[in-house]
Design a protein around this ligand. Structure first.
Ligand code: ADP
Ligand code: 5GP
Length: 202
């Protein structure tokens, strides 16, 4: 049985990581693809958990060997999704969340047209800026760059299958959960003789 790819994108500071942390433990059969990045770890981040933190040379070497399903330069750093890691998890029948930017989303849609895509939107520009500053992990320059890039990112929302507004966290988490469950019900594996395998209670 093969799992599904679920693309999740959002402008920085929208609350995407917070939302995924809330939803992941509630859904069985779901995993998160740990990307490679050349960005420095933030306080509290661990190598191999949030990201594989690698040097620019290591990143470009892996990219040149075709090791990434997609990759992009985002806010001045490189980010990429490991082809091998995603394929292994899907082969186990797990659904895989890809937390990637709009450039990566375009690449994955092309390479894997079955993937579903979800755009997480902040309730307003003001609230996004407040959250980004309130997180307290980024320099003033980094925040300025991320806010400047947010306009182009929001303009891409219409290309996604679903848009979830992260205003109230619990409401957004429930909607995200519902989308994943609806996707599982829609893929109709039972019609081809494979069992649905929906975990109990979902
Ligand atoms: P992203 O991963 O999208 O860059 P984070 O998950 O790091 O964003 O969230 C940015 C900040 O916003 C964090 O301090 C987080 O606690 C806060 N936050 C996330 N979702 C909400 C929400 N629905 N309401 C209020 N604050 C939120
Ligand atoms: P952050 O530095 O805040 O963790 O992430 C910055 C941006 O990079 C976010 O939009 C996030 O979705 C994106 N990102 C994280 N991992 C990947 C990846 O593997 N590929 C691409 N294309 N973008 C990524």
């Amino acid at each position: 049985m093969k799992g599904n790819l679920i693309i999740i994108s959002a402008p920085s500071g929208t609350g995407k990581s917070t939302l995924l942390q809330k939803v992941m433990p509630r859904l069985q059969g779901l995993t998160f693809s740990v990307s490679h990045t050349t960005r420095a770890p933030r306080q509290g981040e661990e190598d191999g958990r949030e990201y594989h933190f690698v040097s620019r040379e290591a990143f470009l070497g892996r990219r040149d060997q075709g090791g990434f399903l997609e990759w992009a330069e985002v806010h001045g750093n490189f980010y990429g999704t490991s082809q091998e890691e995603v394929a292994a998890r899907m082969a186990q029948g797990l659904d895989v969340f890809l937390d990637i930017d709009i450039q990566g989303a375009r690449q994955v849609r092309k390479a894997a047209p079955d993937a579903i895509s979800i755009f997480i939107s902040p309730p307003s520009w003001q609230e996004q800026e407040r959250r980004l500053r309130g997180r307290g992990t980024d320099s003033a320059e980094t925040i300025r760059l991320r806010l400047a890039n947010a306009k182009a990112e929001m303009a891409e929302a219409g290309f996604y299958d679903f848009v979830v507004v992260n205003d109230d966290l619990e409401t957004a988490a429930r909607l995200l959960e519902a989308i994943v469950l609806a996707m599982r019900a829609k893929n109709r594996r039972h019609l081809s003789g494979e069992p649905l395998c929906l975990p109990e209670g979902q």
